[in-house]
Design a protein around this ligand. Sequence first.
Ligand code: ADP
Length: 468
Amino acid sequence: MNIYHLSMECYPVAKVGGLADVVGALPKYQNKVEGINAKVVMPWYNKPFVWEQEFEIVFDGFIHQSHHMFQVQVMKEKSNALGFELYLVKIPGLLDRDNPYGYWDESQQFLAFQHGVLHWLSAMQIRPDVLHCHDYHTGLVPFMIENCPDFQFLKGVKTIGTIHNGEYQGQMRWSMAQYMPWFDSWKGGLLDWGGYINPLATMIKCCHAFNAVSSGYMEELFYNFRGLESLVWQEKGKAHGIINGIDLDVWNPETDPMLDFNYNKSSASEGKWHNKQALCLEYGLNPDLPLFSFIGRFANEKGADLIPEIAKNAIEQTQGGINIMILGSGDKAIENRLREMNHVYVNLSIDLGYKEYLSHKIYASSDFLLMPSRVEPCGLNQMYAMRYGTVPVVRYTGGLRDTVQDVTSGGAGLNFKNAGVEDCVHAIHRAREIFWNKDYLQNLINSNMNFDFSWDKSAENYLNLYRN
Ligand code: ADP
């Protein structure tokens, strides 16, 4: 079975968030299964990986967007270094950028990617068994292969759409249709949602099956999906929930080259302590106190706007009895507030930016990981934390519901109900008590490290979806 994953991100080529981790791991695990050949197709970016590896050009052609003609080159990474075939699509002016997102013309950029991929496959007469579209950036592919005469060759190819984040739908004005490959205009209704072209809605309407990245999140989408609730009800028969896994080769405290000290289950308490000491020394924190961390994008869906108040209240209420370490970037108001607080509270340390190596160190060094998310489609941070023996303290929502059980119901993490400062701080007090009960904490560390979050099972679930 030939599977083509289409995505804007893939770790380690280009990563902004969890999408990259998923697309960098899922195909590798799928390829372990006899008869499966899963590949990744993504845009070309000006990134170290792209310059460090060797590529060969497998396609050179042209597409038209409106009145403009663009060159399309497809490059294949020669050594399959990632455990799957990797194809990069380069379109000078649109797909040759430093980063996946954040450009004024990104709608046109995403359209060009989808158009370029389908043009390449059609021109080279490559007919995949499955086109697996990740998030709205590739959400128009199921529509295009059925309704654009240029891609007649691909008509009938099975398409799967995965919703990694339903908050982003790629809504654009109808005038953007000029940048699409020519399609039968009477099919335009499939693109429309509320008077706009909505790629995520189109994906749901046109794909053969779609899934959210956890069952908990899939259930929530029926009631809270930024206006697409009625659509998921209509398309209910195609809806699935498949939880993400984690790449155990990358996220392994025993071999992780980004850690100061490696450790395994039997050396966890010692290993974590050495890592914590090193991190605390670097960031001016007292290693004897419980260390709570937050890693992530500063966005409302992550509850990042709550973090400054949570930190303030928790530090003040415990009279400096805890440390808080924050790694992230995004909303400038949150960044500025944290900068101010950093001067006031010795128990708080922040690092504003995107630092892969530091995230690994923090997962290993922390006692607790905070996730006050308002929306969490799956969440990978809690799984990385658990794998590194860190106790997750999470809001009970989406994928966090599916992966973290509270200690009071036999789990090894802490849940709180409302995405608010008070509930989270209350959970921090509970966690602090656990910290001082060393045997109990050790049990939780062991339980968390024993959880099986490997991709094997979920990769199989995706294969079953394709087979159906
Ligand atoms: P999302 O994709 O919604 O941002 P996920 O929990 O699915 O959230 O994945 C987040 C991924 O991004 C994790 O691998 C996390 O470690 C990583 N990450 C987020 N922010 C940072 C940061 N500032 N520095 C390093 N890694 C980060």
